[in-house]
Write a protein that binds this ligand. Structure first.
Ligand SMILES: [Zn+2]
Length: 428
């Protein structure tokens, strides 16, 4: 390597590379380790004693981890960050026994957030989304998938993705945009569902596809049918988008089969999944994005069947599902803990799912989620000496230092370089 090292982290007590070729076990663990990077890309990750004599750039960022643990930056594979308003009262009502599907049927739930998002100004929507992005960043998230889906008109879906694009230009975090015009049939189309899917296919996708990388559909009870979802995913792919799907959250509703049929990059939720469905996902290389925050907060007692997923060898990924209704949480640290405590994953499975597995689920398997030469130097220095703290030490921010592409972007919960000021007021 001829490029000069401009980032050098030594004194790592325990390094999780997520590359089994670089260390021991599935996490690729290395003790007494160092990481070096040039131009944001890892050039060395391994035992500090084996650190080669690399040319060092003037002004190189040198840090000592003081024996702490270092993990790859988290990849959040599933969020709904772009929304206005909140639904704290609805959440509280659910704690008092009122069901999620009841709220949706009564015009609350997603319908309410759609109304509030449409009513917000461009600047309000961007500011609310930016605040959540910064929360994710100070918690160690360095790559994040962000969906539209609370606009549900041509203009409002386009506007949501424009907010995502403006924020992506303001932050070093890698933002993966997903078009979710198929989040729900909006209330005004309740009596003519086909007309909404026609609109989505003929007008919304042409307007939105240039701003998105993925197309997604909420295929479940109360949302889209399998046939409707199939149309949306196929139309999205004709516009050059890769496919994802919300599947089998509220029941065994056929979404997982559709994911395999359509070759989706990921199938998300999967609380109801049998062996044959899991085997189908494994055969098409579709990642299973588990969202344990949501199933924990919905308190239905259903979790993704981890035994079946293990047996079939499906790639596991994790996401926060950050959204105003079922899981208002930006922290992948909490999601890793809940994946273990509530979802039945081991700490090693959960950490891999939150890094390399999630990178695969968002189309970044070749550059993110591992600390290995050629990959982005995205990492988190934890406060503790072991990655096990992520499952064990709850309710505090364990990210001491967050590094994105070799640059310190947050320290001790303070954002240092997570968001630049907007070039101009949007809409101005
Ligand atoms: Zn979702």
């Amino acid at each position: 390597v001829n490029r000069q090292v401009d980032f050098l982290l030594t004194g790592i007590g325990q390094l999780v590379t997520a590359d089994p070729g670089l260390g021991t076990g599935p996490l690729g663990l290395v003790e007494r380790a160092a990481v070096a990077a040039a131009d944001g890309t890892v050039v060395f990750a391994g035992p500090e004693a084996s650190l080669p004599d690399l040319p060092v750039a003037p002004g190189c960022e040198r840090m000592d981890a003081g024996g702490r643990a270092v993990v790859p930056g988290f990849v959040d594979a599933h969020t709904h960050l772009v929304f206005a308003g909140d639904r704290a009262d609805e959440f509280a009502a659910r704690l008092r026994g009122f069901g999620y599907e009841q709220a949706l049927a009564a015009g609350g739930g997603i319908h309410r957030t759609v109304r509030e998002t449409r009513a917000a100004s461009d600047a309000e929507l961007e500011r609310a989304t930016a605040d959540r992005l910064v929360q994710a960043g100070i918690s160690g998230t360095t790559t994040i998938e962000v969906k539209s889906g609370y606009g549900l008109t041509v203009g409002d879906e386009r506007r949501s993705l424009e907010v995502v694009a403006r924020l992506a230009a303001r932050t070093p975090i890698d933002v993966v945009p997903t078009f979710l015009g198929a989040h729900l049939i909006p209330a005004e189309f309740a009596d003519d569902r086909k007309a909404y899917i026609d609109l989505l296919e003929q007008e919304m996708l042409p307007a939105c596809a240039p701003l998105a990388e993925f197309v997604d559909a909420f295929c479940d009870r109360g949302a889209l049918t399998v046939a409707e979802s199939r149309r949306v995913l196929a139309a999205g792919r004709r516009h050059g988008l890769k496919a994802k799907i919300h599947a089998n959250e509220l029941g065994p509703t056929g979404g997982a089969w559709l994911a395999a049929e359509q070759g989706c990059v990921s199938a998300d939720h999967l609380l109801f999944l049998d062996h044959a469905e899991a085997a189908a996902l494994a055969s098409t290389g579709t990642a299973a994005v588990l969202l344990p925050g949501t199933s924990f907060l919905l308190r239905t007692g259903h979790v993704a069947p981890i035994r079946v997923l293990r047996e079939t060898g499906v790639t596991l990924a994790l996401g926060t599902d950050c959204n105003p209704g079922t899981c208002y949480c930006e922290s992948m640290q909490l999601v890793i803990a809940l994946a273990c405590i509530h979802g039945g994953l081991t700490p090693e499975e959960a950490l891999l799912a939150a890094t390399s597995g999630a990178a695969r689920a968002v189309g970044r398997a070749d550059r993110a989620g591992r600390l290995t030469p050629g990959f982005a130097c995205d990492l988190v220095v934890l406060h503790g000496r072991s990655y096990l703290d992520l499952a064990y030490h709850l309710g505090v921010n364990l990210a001491q230092i967050v590094v994105k592409r070799g640059q310190v972007v947050a320290r001790d919960g303070v954002p240092l370089a997570l968001l630049r000021e907007p070039a101009e007021e949007p809409g101005g």
